[in-house]
Design a protein around this ligand. Structure first.
Ligand SMILES: NC(=O)c1ccc[n+]([C@@H]2O[C@H](COP(=O)([O-])OP(=O)(O)OC[C@H]3O[C@@H](n4cnc5c(N)ncnc54)[C@H](OP(=O)(O)O)[C@@H]3O)[C@@H](O)[C@H]2O)c1
Length: 272
């Protein structure tokens, strides 16, 4: 069956994926930069559920990180049945030259590494005629979001890429799905500089997001927007002109005037 590899498993939605898959008896490969957090989660899950958990410390915002990670999995003879591309961070700031480094890391982490991990792990899934690829996008994938312009664009890439790949793999036994959560209470807001309680959107817990994502992957849905309010907003919003949705995106996503970007998320502590 193969293990479930989860990127960004040290907190928030990724940790919740780890807990949910472990409770279903799946062996796990957990990836993030925070080794201690991964080890604590690994110990807890193997004790509680008797599953085998491998932790791999990696900074996936580096260009060759996907190749290195897959090589380490092969060295450890780890086979991957399901890939959960979840690692990510937000940046709520005016677009400009100050944030180029941070945005480059974001593009690599959200898009380049996600694409490469998918490409490198796909052939083994194809040999087994079985597998799952679950990509964490966002409700920001459906329209541009001012002050989060690059973040929203990376999430649109993830949605578009996932939809196309799913169709390409139809009938192969490999399911592909993008999960597009709305505001979800995790560490992402501290890192992105957003107070989620000041936005006009409701904020949910990670558990229902993860359950609905796994259900959608099992049914091979192209994408899922967890939560009734988010579903109404996104599906209803498709009837509006895109320019109107972008303006609404600004009203909804922005709370305080964004601050200037910090240097890199790893130096502070990881937006819908
Ligand atoms: N929370 C929301 O409202 C929301 C809504 C829509 C979509 N999302 C998406 O959900 C995903 C998970 O975010 P979250 O809300 O759970 O935030 P989180 O609690 O901050 O978790 C982010 C995870 O990504 C990992 N990560 C960040 N940079 C990394 C890097 N360079 N290399 C490897 N791992 C890295 C972090 O681990 P380390 O710091 O240990 O590396 C952490 O495990 C993201 O893709 C985010 O865009 C979140």
């Amino acid at each position: 069956m193969g293990s479930v590899l989860i990127t960004g498993a040290s907190s928030g939605i990724g940790e919740t994926f780890a807990r949910e898959y472990a409770s279903r008896g799946a062996d796990l490969i957990l990836v993030a930069r925070s080794e201690e957090k991964l080890d604590a989660i690994s110990g807890d899950l193997s004790r509680r559920h008797g599953v085998r958990v491998t932790t791999l410390q990696a900074d996936l915002s580096l260009p060759e990180s996907a190749e290195n990670l897959v090589a380490r999995c092969r060295e450890g003879s780890l086979s991957i049945g399901t890939l959960v591309n979840n690692a990510g961070f937000g940046l709520n700031a005016p677009f400009g030259p100050e944030s180029i480094d941070e945005l480059e890391s974001m593009l690599i982490l959200h898009n380049l590494t996600l694409m490469k991990l998918t490409a490198l792990l796909l052939p083994d899934m194809q040999k087994r005629n079985r597998g799952g690829i679950l990509n964490v996008s966002s409700i920001t994938a459906f329209q541009g979001v001012p002050f989060n312009a690059v973040y929203a664009a990376t999430k649109a890439f993830i949605l578009s890429f996932s939809e196309a790949l799913r169709e390409e793999l139809r009938g192969s036994g490999i399911n592909v799905c993008a999960v597009c959560p709305g505001l979800t209470r995790t560490a992402i807001f501290d890192i992105a500089g957003i107070d989620p309680d000041k936005t006009l959107l409701p904020i949910g817990a990670p558990e229902p997001v993860v359950k609905s994502a796994i259900r959608a992957l099992e049914k091979n849905r192209p994408f899922v927007v967890p939560g009734l309010y988010n579903k109404i907003m996104i599906h209803g919003g498709r009837l509006l002109p895109r320019s109107v949705m972008v303006r609404l995106g600004m009203l909804l996503a922005r709370n305080d005037k964004p601050e200037k970007p910090r240097s890199h998320p790893s130096e502070t502590a990881g937006t819908a």
